[in-house]
Design a protein around this ligand. Structure first.
Ligand code: DQA
Length: 140
C-alpha cells in the first residue's frame, strides 16, 4: 500500500476533509482486516523520486498488486503513472475525499485509466474496499 505526499499528516491534516484517523491507525486497521492469505506492506513518501524508485522495486518482488493513494501526484505526475505502467502489477487508486466534488484541478487523474479500479470519497474505508477489490481480482 503506497501513500503519497502529505498523507503522513492524516488525522491532523484538514480533518474535515480527510478524517481523524492517523496513517499509523489506518495501517494497523488494514493489517487486522486484510483478507486471509494477503500480506501487506506499507510505504509513504513526500518525495516523487522515492515513490518512483519504490514502485520500480516491485518489478523484482513477489508483489501481486498495489493500493495507491497518490495524493497530489494524482493530478500532476506522468512519472508515477509511467512507473505503475512499467511494473504492470494491478493497482487500485484510492482517494479519501470525493475529488470530483472539489476544485477542478482535482478532477483529472493521470492514473485512473490505467488503474484496475478507482475508489473515491469513501473516507479511509476506501483502502479496505481497495484491498477487497484486489483480492477478488487476484482470485480471478
Ligand atoms: C487525495 C486527494 C488529492 O487531491 C489530494 O492532493 C490529496 C489526497 C485524497 O485522498 O482525497 O493529497 O488523494
Amino acid at each position: 500500500m503506497l501513500n503519497g505526499p502529505n498523507l503522513n499528516l492524516l488525522g491532523r491534516r484538514e480533518p474535515g476533509v480527510y478524517g481523524t484517523t492517523t496513517l499509523q491507525e489506518l495501517e494497523n486497521g488494514l493489517s487486522a482486516i486484510a483478507p486471509s492469505g494477503m500480506m501487506l506492506e506499507f510505504f509513504q513518501s513526500n518525495h516523487e523520486g522515492q515513490m518512483t524508485d519504490r514502485i520500480h522495486r516491485v518489478m523484482d518482488e513477489p508483489v501481486d498488486g498495489l493500493v495507491i493513494n497518490p495524493g497530489a501526484w494524482t493530478h500532476t505526475s506522468v512519472a508515477i503513472r509511467d512507473a505503475l505502467s512499467a511494473v504492470a502489477a494491478p493497482f487500485v487508486e484510492v482517494h479519501i475525499s470525493n475529488v470530483h466534488a472539489r476544485e477542478a484541478f482535482r478532477h483529472h487523474s493521470y492514473l485512473s485509466d490505467v488503474a484496475l479500479a478507482v475508489i473515491v470519497g469513501c473516507g479511509t474505508q476506501g483502502y479496505a474496499f481497495a484491498l477487497e477489490t484486489l483480492k477478488q481480482h487476484l482470485k480471478g
